[in-house]
Design a protein around this ligand. Structure first.
Ligand code: BGC
Length: 440
């Protein structure tokens, strides 16, 4: 490999020393966020506290904020047991991403109404549902949430600064169902944390590594100094960190290009290095740059912007363990590069691996930073509930996260236990709704 590739490897690999420094910087930003000072980690109180695991009941839950809208019926049976008798998944199309707030809220209301009718539910009764809304929001209670900004390519008009709960309820009312109401709204990380805690009280973090990335944990209200009044209400509260905004992390020229191409330039720097939405674009941009520098054979053609790889394809490339790397041939041909040489395929694979591993290493460092903020010396076990397609499905991702956690936790490595919390966010908001209901 030549100098350019060597530099790429150096730029995209994060050393243990860098990770240790990052953890310190994350702690400082978390403190600033809790104090209400300027911080790239927002630290948003979620107005919900940990469930006991004994909450019961049947809840309707809506999960909005990634690639799909999911409506589900969730049964909490107590003692940490959850069943999900019915789920409906609908893709969120580009028309919704860049349409109006009214269209978006109407899309949600229509999906819920259809689901309820299909399930034979009585549409005349009062019905409260749990609402996972996976964006940064400023909450003042469990049923009010003002959208701070869009992320993950959403740019729907008329919603930033507005109370999302009121907008969604207006959509139900407009359709003749004012009695269907939001009983609790929560970020997906908060849902995942609640879900994790319901099943396992050692859960310290709820993490999403999917289209976007973020985490939530439980904080003492005495430490949330920006809202002193919270202390009189409850001892602890979940915090939606919004770690995707963390900006104390070295970026490459490719990261800067991704930022410029995005719908929210200047924001979500960490998310753009970690989350699935951006990984395929990163790999494609790097490959194009290496083509321009002559690192590939002429058979390798620049990838057009409308045909950039997606994260699923990046994972497929990394997964090609065949001797001659022939599994990825068809995929490359689909992107305009048929009949490339073995060396070309090896370099494509190298880039895909570097980007996936960088993502996993940053995510693991962030998780360790939060765990260490809670318990610096890792005195107790910390389970980490993780939801999201990238963590769950990308080739080698979980293993790399585990490796990085072990590197950072050293001899205390068994105190940190990440686990897949499938449908964590959607199911979790049912737990949130139940926790609220049992406190009434
Ligand atoms: C949003 C977070 C969300 C995360 C994962 C980010 O883009 O800002 O609120 O939790 O994506 O869905």
């Amino acid at each position: 490999m030549n100098k350019k590739t060597d530099k790429l490897i150096a730029d995209l690999t994060i050393s243990l020393e860098q990770k240790t420094k990052l953890i310190k910087d994350v702690h400082a930003e978390m403190d600033r966020g809790l104090a209400g000072e300027k911080s790239s980690i927002k630290m948003l109180p979620a107005y919900i506290w940990p469930p006991t695991g004994n909450e019961r009941g049947e809840y309707l839950a809506i999960d909005f904020g990634g690639t799909n809208l999911r409506v589900m019926l969730v049964k909490l049976e107590g003692q940490g047991k959850i069943v999900m008798p019915k789920i409906r998944v609908q893709t969120i199309g580009p028309d919704i991403l860049s349409g109006t707030g009214e269209q978006l809220c109407g899309f949600i209301a229509d999906a819920v109404i259809d689901f309820m009718q299909e399930a034979g539910m009585d549409m005349t009764l009062e019905k409260e549902f749990g609402f996972t809304f996976s964006f940064p929001m400023d909450q003042r209670s469990i049923t009010s949430a003002f959208l701070i900004s869009w992320t993950k390519g959403f740019c729907t008009s008329g919603m930033v600064g507005e109370n999302v709960v009121a907008l969604v309820q207006a959509a139900f009312a407009k359709r003749g169902f004012p009695q269907i109401r939001v009983g609790a709204i929560a970020n997906d990380t908060v849902g995942t944390l609640a879900h994790g805690l319901y099943e396992n009280s050692a859960t310290s973090l709820g993490v999403i590594i999917g289209t976007g990335t973020n985490a939530a944990y439980v904080e003492k209200t005495s430490a949330i100094t920006k809202f002193p009044a919270l202390q009189s209400k409850t001892d602890t509260m979940m915090i939606n960190m919004e770690w995707g905004g963390f900006d104390r992390i070295g970026r490459t020229v490719y990261d800067e290009m991704i930022d410029e191409l995005s719908s929210n330039p200047g924001e979500q720097f960490l998310e753009k290095m970690v989350a699935a939405r951006y990984l395929g674009d990163l790999v494609s941009l790097i490959i194009n740059d290496l083509i321009e520098s002559g690192e590939f054979s002429p058979a390798m053609r620049p990838i057009k912007e409308d045909a950039f790889f997606d994260a699923r394809e990046v994972s497929l490339i990394a997964k090609d363990e065949s001797m001659a790397l022939t599994d990825m041939e068809q995929l490359l041909e689909n992107h305009g590069s048929g009949g490339v040489r073995f060396d070309d395929r090896a370099l494509v694979k190298k880039v895909a691996k570097l980007i996936l591993d960088r993502s996993a290493n940053i995510a693991a460092t962030m998780m360790m930073a939060v765990v260490k903020k809670i318990d610096f010396s890792l005195e107790r076990v910390h389970a980490i509930a993780i939801d999201g397609s990238l963590y769950e499905k990308a080739y080698g991702y979980k293993e790399e996260v585990r490796r990085a956690i072990e590197e950072l936790a050293g001899e205390k490595k068994n105190q940190v236990k990440p686990f897949v919390c499938k449908d964590g966010s959607g199911v979790g908001v049912a737990v949130v709704a139940a926790t609220v209901a049992s406190a009434k």
